[in-house]
Design a protein around this ligand. Structure first.
Ligand code: CU
Length: 168
């Protein structure tokens, strides 16, 4: 019995050790390249306001590939949260926006971020009611491109509550 257990432990341990060894060079190369940017603890903050007019105050954000940024959204409106809340959801360059927006409208239980399309989401804030501020800190994708963002509260994207995160 003892011998069997030892064999089992070895069998479990060996593949993971090999796995670690194989992976070791990759993080090293990445650290050398990205070290200066990662050293800072405070991410650059992009402040956006949105109100009852269903417009973002900032519709274009520029960031470097792999940069860590914080998007902060303040709802400066006064209408009740049930009727008028806002968020910022950053999507992929390839996301079908009308389709995503349609699915989002059905996803009240998950703050209008559709679980079935979660792989499209680069970053998302919570919903902000009147006077509330929400934020999300995330690492901008390494791939340059135009990443659309939108408010997924029903009707707001259609009303023009959207923008672009330009990664370059
Ligand atoms: Cu909104």
């Amino acid at each position: 019995m003892k011998r069997f257990c030892l064999v089992a432990v070895l069998a479990l341990a060996l593949p993971s050790a090999a796995h670690l060894a194989a992976q070791a060079p990759a993080p090293k190369a990445g650290a050398a390249k990205g070290a200066p940017a990662k050293a800072a603890g405070g991410a650059r903050t992009v402040e956006i306001t949105g109100g009852d007019d269903m417009k973002f105050s900032v519709t274009e954000i520029t960031a470097k590939p792999g940069e860590t940024i914080r998007i902060q959204l303040k709802n400066v409106g006064t209408l009740p949260k049930m009727a008028m809340a806002h968020n910022v959801v950053v999507l992929k360059p390839t996301t079908k926006l009308v389709e995503f927006n349609g699915a989002a409208a059905q996803a009240r239980d998950t703050n209008f971020v559709p679980p079935a399309m979660k792989t499209e989401v680069v970053a998302a804030t919570a919903l902000a009611g009147p006077g509330e501020t929400v934020d999300v800190t995330f690492k901008v994708p390494a791939a340059a491109g135009s990443y659309p963002f939108m408010c997924t509260f029903p009707g707001h994207f259609t009303a023009g509550m959207k923008g672009t995160l330009v990664v370059k």
